[in-house]
Design a protein around this ligand. Sequence first.
Ligand code: ADP
Ligand code: MG
Length: 671
Amino acid sequence: MDLFAGVEELKGVGPKTAEALKKAGIRTVRDFFYNLPKDYENYETPTSIAEMRPGKVVIKGKIDSLSTRQAKRRRLSITEGVIRDNTGAVKVVWFNQRYRARQFSPEKEYYFTGNFELKNGRYSLISPSAAEVADIDPHTGLSPIYVAHGAIKSHDFKRLIANSRDKFAKIPDLLPTVRPGTRKNALFFVHFPNSLKSAQGGRDYLAYEELFELILAAKLNRQENEKLKATEIPFTAKKIKDFVADLPFKLTGAQRLAAWEIFQDMEKNTPMNRLLQGDVGSGKTMVAALAAYEAAIQGHQTALLAPTAILATQHYEGLNSTLSKFDVKVALLTGATKKKDDLKKQISSGKIDLVIGTHALLTDDTEFRDLTLAIIDEQHRFGVEQRQKLLLKSPRGLAPHLLAMTATPIPRSLQLTIFGDLDVSILNEMPKGRQPIVTKILTELEIRESLYPNIQETLASGSQAYWICKAIDDDPRTETTSVKSRCAKLQRDFPGAQIDFLHGRMKQAEKDAVMERFSKGEIQMLVSTTVVEVGVDVPNATLIVIENSESYGLAQLHQLRGRVGRGSKASYCYLVTSGDTRPSQRLRELEKSTDGFHLAEVDLKLRGPGEIYGALQHGALDLRIATLSDTKLIHRAQADVQKFLQHPEKMVKYKELMNGIARYQQITTLN
Ligand code: ADP
Ligand code: MG
């Protein structure tokens, strides 16, 4: 059977249905079979109408007197009818489901399941789902529920899939037979379960299939990476020791270990492909500096890519003062850089050892003589293409060693699957003397009473503060306080303090000037949008207020909070909410924990990987069946993929598999 034939090939699918299916992304026979039910209705033991009690009920009967009317509230249609069995009759109501008026024929018997409740002074069955009795297996009583796609409702999918019931037997397996079961049975029992257990069994098989594909794709990416050649950078112990001895602080054990892992990777002639994960403030930049220094000692160039000009500038200032003493030539390249052409010449002639920059680094006319190490800070902020652009700047067909850094930790389950067991170094130790940040949720109404005294105290003690707002300007349609009006208000309320603002629409030079004044302590309180979110490092800032905190994601809030707690003084983070509703779970988790790894796990559970890692950086990570919390299944699939990879000659036989993973390979590449 050709799984890749168009849906028109299926029985009962005419041109119009085919069109509607395609709109829903169901193009091939395969897509159609893989459009799995989202749940099952269980019609096993219907209640008689006379015996119904309020709550969820299943009844069996005929329906008549159907009609639809428009409610006074515009855009609400009400379809009503009466369901009868031989014990009585009950009113049924659907909202905005006009098709229900045409779905039923009065002679046929149907199951209905929904809530029996009091509505407008009378008990009715509200928005039940329905299935024709003749369609339901009398032994199981189970009926699949499909997600409706436009004109194609759940019962249409049921009808279509029933038309193709005899096709399942011909579905070939996708995977080498490493697991008991077959794909045809798995798919069959998901669509036509003879028990909930068999449906779950089928689903598990398909989840395993999906994980196998994903892990295989990631592993193949890795193998491809290993075929690339990179410049070997032999470790120079003495110089690195001298450099470390000169630092104003002692490296943490975690920094040492990470640096050591990186040095070992760089000694190889295959490119390093390492992710450095460390919570905000754990000192990733210093590890990057060590790697760049090591490259520079041996005459090789490094590029450090940062997501914002503020961050690039700050890295430049920090790294230049650390590294220039050791004869490393450091340069900054952002959109605002003057005499770009001169600088680019110096880069292409190899005069510059370390170039720090933003996207401006990625333009075609930025050429390197010898780009050997690429460091990407806050790597999740960059798309695959941008990262590729940087990596292709290595001359002579060599690939640079890649060090990607992130403060948004990637949970272990994702490391194993999406990233193919990638090399990870973890900074799980904070520099000495850091105090945990105290986090508090409060409402707008409490700002004056609870917050102002703390701000007063913070500023009086010589520390600084951030105040984060959602919008730059006031918008009469919303009630969010903008950066500008909040700044004006704070200036009035704290007349003695130096308060200024920062946002993304300011010119680069203006932004730099404000940041510099804040770094130097000339500005005491900075009212800003989230442009300060990533990486900005002003250790004297000890208080951050995040207004409209409910509108940000967990990872982003954690990042924002990480702007404080970077020195030895106690720090505070205030999450201000509008107070209309109870604080979300996100905010409560944040209040409880400052552990970025824990918060990443929570975020993964709350939102799913597609939301966090998909939309953000991979474009289309849509695991349809598997859940990444199923670590047992992940480990099993991983072991099986490993075995499969030992026989590359076999792979060509699995055409569908190899074609399928090409898509995954696109989205799972780190470099
Ligand atoms: P992040 O991991 O968030 O990028 P940074 O690299 O910006 O963190 O480091 C945060 C701050 O900690 C910086 O001010 C940096 O100079 C300082 N720092 C880094 N390593 C150490 C250390 N071992 N001991 C003390 N301070 C350190
Ligand atoms: Mg950083």
